[in-house]
Design a protein around this ligand. Structure first.
Ligand SMILES: Cc1cc2nc3c(=O)[nH]c(=O)nc-3n(C[C@H](O)[C@H](O)[C@H](O)COP(=O)(O)OP(=O)(O)OC[C@H]3O[C@@H](n4cnc5c(N)ncnc54)[C@H](O)[C@@H]3O)c2cc1C
Length: 293
């Protein structure tokens, strides 16, 4: 059924890197929920796979002494949304994780695969964008750290070089402490459907002003994006209904959604504003702020 020529199944990261460096044509397979669909559609005939499923170095979620949270890229979405550290410190990531796929998919799909697949609809992306997540990428020669906001190169494309494996997602304490977040996924069906549009907001409110606000969108441009113009407009302004409307309108200055069978450009532009407004109101309420007199 699947046209697989060979599969390597190393048990350590060092071994995997060694094999990958000598065989750069290999296709990495993690949970396989994207790779197996590509195989099924005949896009990867006679493929040689490098399975990273047995690499225990890439699993689990750790809370470091300085409050940094490190997520191994082989961690599944089920593990993420059930994890105590995630629910305590970055519940917005649990919210995004439980919104993806259905139970069978979430049990296999990894957060690393979600990022590396490069889909603009990836449910982890907007949340990791607002959390300013860093990616730890290794090859046989060393390690590099890349902000996730610089990792996407276009639809289905990410900036991974030959021989590289994404090992961890790193979220620093300063990027979640005192912040409240909300992820909203909008899709044609309530379950087992990818996003037609998605919004993540993360903010800090003091004296009813945004002292930090981050807004990210999925399926609103060729890659997930941050709405930097709306974010800087919001900074230190007193929160009111009118301000929320203005911020939501300004998200369109960074967005450029496309027309597709899932939703028209005009409808997506409407959704961007409505969902941003809704998500902002949620985080203002959580932060103890108010937008009405
Ligand atoms: C029925 C169904 C429903 C789905 N619903 C959703 C949904 O609601 N939301 C959503 O976002 N996605 C959805 N998906 C897509 C898919 O499940 C996710 O993108 C998933 O997170 C991919 O993870 P994986 O571990 O299965 O990746 P794989 O399929 O194993 O790999 C995906 C890609 O990433 C590369 N890769 C994987 N791990 C690494 C690594 N550590 N380093 C370098 N490269 C790597 C692979 O080579 C491949 O190109 C759905 C898929 C199916 C089949």
């Amino acid at each position: 059924m699947f046209s697989i020529k060979k599969i390597y199944q190393p048990i350590t990261l060092a071994e995997a890197l060694e094999i990958y460096t000598s065989n750069p044509q290999l296709k990495i397979i993690a949970g396989g929920t994207d790779v197996l669909i590509s195989l099924h559609h005949g896009k990867l005939d006679d493929v040689e796979l490098l399975s990273i499923k047995n690499l225990t170095e890439l699993t689990g979620i750790n809370y470091l002494t300085d409050g940094t949270i490190e997520i191994g890229t082989m961690t599944t979405f089920t593990e993420i949304f059930r994890n105590e550290i995630i629910n305590k410190y970055i519940p917005i990531l649990a919210e995004a994780s439980v919104s993806m796929g259905g139970p069978q998919i979430r049990n296999n799909a990894t957060i690393g695969g979600n990022i590396c697949n490069g889909a603009v609809s990836a449910d982890s992306a907007p949340t990791l964008f607002v959390l300013n997540a860093d990616l730890r990428i290794v090859n046989n020669e060393g390690v590099r750290i890349v902000p996730i906001t610089e990792f996407y190169a276009g639809p289905g494309k990410v900036k991974l070089q030959s021989g590289e494996i994404l090992t961890h997602i790193i979220i620093k304490k300063a990027d979640y402490k005192g912040m409240y977040g909300k992820y909203i996924k909008f899709s044609n069906r309530k379950a087992m459907d990818i996003a037609m549009l998605s919004v993540a907001t993360l903010g800090k409110v003091k004296n009813n002003k945004f002292t930090d606000l981050r807004i990210a969108l999925g399926v609103s441009a060729p890659t997930p994006i941050r709405c930097t113009k709306a974010e800087s407009f919001a900074f230190n302004k007193t929160i009111k209904e009118e301000l929320i409307k203005q911020i939501s309108e300004k998200t369109l200055l960074n967005a450029n959604p496309r027309h597709s069978w899932r939703g028209s450009k005009v409808y997506r532009e409407h959704l961007i504003q409505v969902l941003t407004e809704r998500a902002l109101k949620e985080i203002i309420t959580m932060s103890g702020g108010k937008w009405h007199e």
